[in-house]
Design a protein around this ligand. Structure first.
Ligand code: HQG
Length: 183
């Protein structure tokens, strides 16, 4: 991705997940923002966006972080929200036997004591493949992969969701459903 795309993607993540008020826009409970309002608010905040750039960033995002509505008038982040004003009604779904979470080794003791917590986001994020988990964990230091007994948790009543970009979401993972994998 070019620097312009990466910068724009980070900016969109910030306003569509964290701080829509920073540019004077609101998100509905499903996370949607009006594209024209986004462009106008961004301009007022000193950032030039247009529909072509937004469209290009949405379609080239490596993780498919954003989605446009069918009529292209609205945009949202598909997961990863921090703001309390958004509560996307994801459809609960049966997960595969195992899912994976990548984290940094320095968090391991705490995670094995209290389980995985969502932190400031709405959910704990899990992936179907280990390579994604490694990439996620590397953001915070030396990575370690935790294997999550997802299907067993589902059978115990935990509700799993899958965002439009394939990321699996769950409110928490108890420590007894986690196994750290050797590198
Ligand atoms: C850790 C990015 C101590 C957790 C990525 C993680 C992902 C604990 C950090 C998405 C803990 C939270 C999400 C506990 C959890 N004690 N540490 N009990 N429970 N943690 O960034 O999963 O680029 O909020 O292991 O690619 O790292 O934003 O979550 O290290 O898909 O689209 O607390 O964000 O995608 O960190 O990443 P995060 P995450 P985007």
């Amino acid at each position: 991705m070019s620097k312009e795309f990466t910068d724009t993607s980070k900016f969109l993540s910030y306003v569509l997940r964290h701080e829509p008020h920073a540019i004077g826009i609101t998100l509905d409970s499903e996370g949607w923002a009006d594209v024209d309002a986004l462009i106008a608010g961004s301009k007022a905040a000193g950032r030039e966006l247009d529909r072509e750039l937004i469209q290009a960033v949405v379609s080239s995002s490596d993780k498919k972080r954003f989605a446009l509505s069918d009529d292209n008038r609205r945009i949202r982040a598909v997961q990863g929200h921090y703001t309390d004003s958004v509560a996307i009604r994801h459809v609960a779904k049966e997960p595969p036997t195992f899912l994976y979470h990548g984290t940094a080794t320095r968090f391991l003791d705490s995670i094995l004591a209290e389980g995985l917590r969502p932190g400031q986001r709405h959910h704990v994020h899990l992936s179907e493949d280990m390579s994604t988990a490694t990439t996620v964990g590397e953001r915070y230091g030396k990575p370690v992969i935790l294997r999550v007994e997802a299907l067993r948790m589902h059978q115990q009543g935990f509700r799993f969701f899958q965002a439009d970009n394939g990321v699996w979401l769950v409110e928490q993972v108890p420590a007894n459903s986690l196994t750290p994998l050797d590198n």
